[in-house]
Design a protein. Sequence first.
Length: 282
Amino acid sequence: MSGSSPAARLQRLFEGRRLTPTQRRIAHSMVRRAVDAPFLSSVELAELAGVSQPSVTRFAVALGFDGYPALRRHLREVTPAGTAGGGGVEDSLNEYQQAVRAEIENLRQLSDLLADPAPVERAGRLLAGSRPLIVLGLRAASSQARGFGYFAAKVHPDVRVVDEGGSMLHDRIDAARRAGASALMCFALPRHPREAVDALAYAREQGLTVVTVADSAFAPVAAHSDLLIPAAVGTGLAFDTACAPMLLGRALLEAMCDGLPEAQARLEEFDARAAARGLFVE
């Protein structure tokens, strides 16, 4: 267990557990502070997660430990030698450098996750087989949805990006379903809009398979996703950074292309048209 990133070890500890919403919040907070988690007191973890100290104790018991001290002792035992909750080079970095380092760690976590390519490959097949394909992302996730939709449209015959909420949201899901859609690709980032959660619940009621990229396996959209692949966001700056979700989106595009026999021909056709129009400056 010691041969992977701190966040990956925590994710495995939580996998398969039936956690309450409060406990998922604690788990999410620990994953976001994976390096520091073995060194946090129950009071510090409670403050970090915005819950009560007894909730932290119940969380540890739900994971099979006698209490929080036993959980923390376990985390320290599986932490590689030389890892600490503070000190060292990190303390000399300014806030911008620390934000970059945190994103590098998020990408390492994603790399560990992708050691098993099966979930991404399955998602690629689902997305490739949906005609049309709905791509949903609201508020903070809207740019992820638009970026994914922009590239997906180069190889997929019918991509419908939904990046705004409102009363038309369900109508657009209905229209795509009537046109033959079988899957919905969702990007969900904090803070999670209630509309996005409701939209996924509605999409599944209509028979759509929901593939989600979210910041955590414990995100609110998890309960309404058929396949959720987590990619952590950076939280060190005033606004979250989302390098890992963007890269995961590109990996899903690659897997989708593998499921579209005509993808290469479509790309070559686009390049030919772009060259004829002088679309890009070389």
